[in-house]
Design a protein around this ligand. Structure first.
Ligand code: ATP
Ligand code: MG
Length: 253
């Protein structure tokens, strides 16, 4: 397995371990004009960009003040916007100076992030957890400087088995030292056993709530099933209370 250490020069953190990936092939990510945000309809909306940038600030604050380097993005059910939120947030965070971000597709059943990013790399998370593939061969650079991807990969072993070994927390430990921020797209809370195992390896969680879809009861039940100390905040997705349309609000849990 590849290992790395984080250097601290003065007050400035340096993450040299991601550099080898920067010279390899790069995945061309979907782009919408010059904006770093994809919405469901393929449109970039100025208001959404601003909302993601504001979320980004809050995430980076949580990283500094609460030491949260690896954050899982989840929700109470399918299709609430976990993957889109993970992608757009990672995209925005990577735009900050000296902020290498690793975006991991840990939803091994749906593999929504792997599909959204067009990641054709065969080696991915399944290969790391199931076959001990080197971290570096499962990591690929994107054409957004600072944004790196680990796709779902291939294999038939059950995700719950894969996440229950020590490999997952070892991978997150490596990623947290090698990248400034690790964002993990995950399955919903409580539907499959994978989520709690994925959450256990990370030190923060973000809950996506989709307007007109997520019920209060589902949210309450879900919050009861996760580690409340790790919750960074709740993201209100597709808020249409304002006439402009798309909106993404954030509330600290
Ligand atoms: N704010 C939004 N505006 C428009 N479309 C959205 C928004 N959020 C999500 N969508 C769309 O809704 C669909 C589901 O989103 P996404 O795949 O991100 O959800 P998910 O929670 O990851 O789903 P799954 O649990 O199946 O992985 C996608 O087609 C996505 O583009
Ligand atoms: Mg998804």
């Amino acid at each position: 397995m590849t290992t790395s250490t984080k250097n601290v020069e003065g007050n400035c953190e340096v993450f040299p371990a991601y550099e080898p990936f920067a010279s390899g092939p790069r995945i061309k990510l979907p782009k919408y004009g010059s904006e770093p945000v994809a919405t469901g309809g393929g449109l970039a909306v100025a208001e959404a960009v601003e909302a993601y940038k504001s979320l980004r600030s809050k995430l980076m604050k949580a990283r500094e003040s609460r030491g949260m380097r690896s954050m899982v993005i989840t929700s109470t059910a399918h299709s609430e916007g976990k993957t889109l939120t993970a992608f757009n947030l990672a995209y925005c965070c990577a735009q900050l100076e000296d902020t290498p971000v690793l975006l991991v597709d840990a939803d091994l059943r749906a593999q929504g992030l792997t599909a959204l990013t067009g990641n054709q790399q065969q080696c991915g998370l399944r290969d790391v957890l199931g076959n001990g593939a080197p971290y570096a061969s499962a990591t690929v650079a994107s054409d957004v400087p600072g944004l790196y991807l680990m796709g779902a990969g291939e294999g038939s072993e059950s995700p719950a088995e894969l996440f229950s070994g020590a490999g997952w927390s070892q991978l997150i430990a490596w990623a947290s030292e090698s990248f400034k921020l690790v964002l993990v797209d995950s399955p919903p809370i409580g539907i499959v056993a994978d989520f709690n195992l994925i959450e256990a390896g990370c030190n923060g969680s973000l809950i996506v709530v989709r307007a007109h879809r997520t019920t209060q009861r589902a949210l309450e039940e879900a919050l009861g099933q996760i580690d409340s100390k790790k919750v960074v905040g709740v993201i209100w997705n597709e808020d249409d209370r304002r006439p402009e349309g798309y909106s993404y609000n954030y509330q600290k849990a």
